[in-house]
Design a protein around this ligand. Sequence first.
Ligand code: ADE
Length: 415
Amino acid sequence: MNYDIANPDLAPQGARRVEWAGRRMTVLGTVRERFVKEKPLKGHVVAACLHVTAETANLMLALRDGGAEPLLCASNPLSTQDDVAAALVAEGIPVFAIRGEDPETYYKHINAVLDHAPAVTMDDGADLATVLHTDRRDIEVIGSTEETTTGVIRLRAMAADGTLRVPVVAVNDSATKHLFDNHYGTGQSTLDGIIRASNILLAGLNVVVVGYGDCGRGVAKRADGMGSHVIVVEVDPIRALAAAMDGHRVLTASDAAEEGDVFITVTGNKHVLRAEHFEKMKDGVILANAGHFDIEIDLASLGADASERRNVRDNLDEYVLADGRRILVAAEGRLVNLGAAEGHPADVMDMSFSNQALAAEWLIANEGKLEPGIYTLPPEIDEHVAAIKLEALGGGLEKLTEEQASYLSGWQEGT
Ligand code: ADE
């Protein structure tokens, strides 16, 4: 079997972590049980470009149970859990991913999974889809799936300029993905990453959250819960107003730069923290990014202004500026939750990855019927995923009485 990982000997440790994560992935477990019986993906190669984590490993196993031949490469050079990669290889699933790989190896690995002529591709950030639409136009796929907001934005841009040549399921747009993974997952795992990298006490600190989408809201809520004073920076007036009414101070980046102790970028945009902000920051501030790409903090300009850069702890680098101020950067400005911690907990990836597995099934079931474009999974699938998760949490779902159902579908009854 063809693969490229850091160390196959790490497999037993990885297998324990995969098993532990699997215990908390009840919806995916239900999908897997059905997949074992029905084999809806039978004979299809599925190439996934996702963060190589214990949760992703459970998705790979579910795809295999569904009859697919899954392959995996990394969607970020710093998020690979090498022990998990080894565990998957020991299971016979080819993995091409090494934590800390350079950009050349990263793209070599994407090409390696594409060399297996996949029928379905899965992305987290649309790097694989981009290669599929540039260097590897030789590969014909039934369809693709996309996990994250940034990837969906990129794919919509490809659709808008006529480049997109395949149907894509925007898994991110399922309610059981973005309302939970983005909010609760990013909220918890981002603080987890910052704490593991720095071991700081968040209580009493000014935490600046740049971006108040689903992810930013989650981060702000959790920082608030830890006793931080949350300041939000936002360009969208409606989101900014929501932040204000959620009880946060809303400032410009320039004003927030003077007050923050910890800065967390969650915008999906470029250089939201840059030289003009670094100039105003206090000594010892910590910068972390929870957006998909490592472009949100302008590290090139920070590096150019620094007289010295040194690693002070695992996943924490200190830049010393000419005036002696120190600015610390977690996980090299890459996704802090995956670079410095283990990503979102399995409990929430459960729903995201059930949607991924069901999206692969839906694409294969609709082979030849879908035009190139961006699709959202049918609402029944979303509701099914939510209902199973609720049941697993011990919740009970109320049902409409006949009288209520008829009231909601009528208009005659008023005051
Ligand atoms: N994205 C965020 N957290 C993740 C995780 N635990 N596994 C895979 N992708 C993720």
